[in-house]
Ligand binder design. Structure first.
Ligand code: SF4
Length: 344
């Protein structure tokens, strides 16, 4: 698979403050810090972490809903983070988005046919009424909605069906990448599984790449090829899905994984509770940003920022424990789940 989307050293800092009459001091929040990854054609990369870890800010920078503070983003070999407003139209066609809330993301006064016709017209995908109508019928069939959906209104659909409309709308322009920003988080468990299966099927059919933003590792397990775990703006671990689930090398990933249920009732993961709350991004901890909650923290963690470094094949982690000899590294204890338990 060839590289499609390449993100290098992405930073996003928001300036907040001013308050009433601008008297309060301005403060900078470093929401995204030195984030780098590659998304390959036809693959899914999941960005995972707690609310406020910066994963949605990364998605918004890719969509150019935010301008990155620094770093580079390349799509199909073209740098896109420096595109002027007038050049963004082509980018919008190539990178589409599915939002979390299927209820607020559709205009209640637009029939579904009109919702789907809009991107077809805006991006010049079809020409003429007949071609547009045929493409709308095809999109409706692809996402498994009733054949008469084009004539119906958003309020006639359930949450899961509305999210299928959102998927059809994102696919309409034949994008290279779809950013799925907590796209299944608002759905019931069974509907969630159906939508995940649909996204996987559509990816096989169309070759679209997905940047799947989620706080839920259990969901990610069923769709991702690669997983990037984020904590307070930084990627702390990045690896193929099976590697992350079977051999995590960062205590934060380990803690997140320990909360993921295993379908086999004869196996249980040892729960690793996270200590305390997520620190304020206004004043992140020194050294390793995770040290205030890490059960394995030691002196070096409080002063030195760990580098995201190779710890195995296509596997990188940012933790000082990985500099220790293997026998002294508590992360190298036997995996909590049997090998192969996570094959897709
Ligand atoms: Fe924990 Fe230290 Fe590793 Fe950070 S660097 S995750 S504090 S052991």
């Amino acid at each position: 698979m060839s590289d499609l989307l390449v993100v290098n050293h992405l930073e996003k800092t928001y300036t907040i403050g001013g308050g009433f009459l601008g008297l309060a001091p301005l403060r900078g929040v470093n929401a995204v810090s030195d984030v780098s990854f590659v998304l390959r054609k036809g693959e899914t990369l999941a960005l995972v972490g707690e609310s406020g870890c910066g994963k949605s800010s990364v998605g918004r920078c890719l969509l150019r809903l935010e301008t990155p503070s620094s770093g580079e983003i390349h799509l199909n070999g073209q740098r896109i983070d420096t595109l002027a407003e007038t050049e963004l139209r082509k980018l919008r066609k190539s990178i589409q988005v599915i939002f979390q809330d299927p209820f607020s993301s559709l205009n209640p006064r637009q029939r579904i046919g009109e919702v789907l016709a809009e991107p077809l017209r805006n991006f010049g995908v079809t020409s003429g009424k007949d071609e547009t109508a045929a493409r709308i019928r095809k999109l409706i069939e692809m996402v498994g909605l009733p054949a008469d959906s084009a004539l119906r209104w958003p309020h006639e659909f359930s949450g899961g069906q509305r999210q299928r409309v959102g998927i059809a709308r994102a696919l309409a322009a034949n994008p290279d990448v779809i950013v799925c920003d907590e796209a299944v988080s608002a759905l019931d468990v069974s509907v969630k599984a159906q939508v995940i299966n649909l996204l996987r099927d559509l990816q096989r059919e169309t070759g679209v790449a997905l940047l799947f933003i989620s706080h839920d590792l259990a969901v990610v397990e069923n769709i991702a090829h690669q997983v990037a775990v984020m904590y307070l703006g930084r990627i702390v671990e990045l690896a193929p899905r099976d590697t992350i689930f079977e051999r995590p090398r960062h205590p934060y990933t380990h803690a997140l994984l320990s909360a993921v249920p295993i379908p086999d009732p004869t196996h249980r993961r040892t729960r690793v509770p996270l200590q305390g709350d997520l620190p304020s991004p206004f004043n992140p901890p020194s050294g390793c940003r995770f040290h205030t909650r890490c059960p394995l923290a030691f002196d070096r963690c409080r002063s030195e920022v760990p580098v995201l470094q190779s710890v195995g094949t296509q596997h990188r982690a940012a933790c000082h424990l990985n500099d220790l000899p293997n026998a002294a590294n508590p992360m190298l204890t036997p995996p909590a789940t049997p090998e192969g338990a996570h094959s897709q």
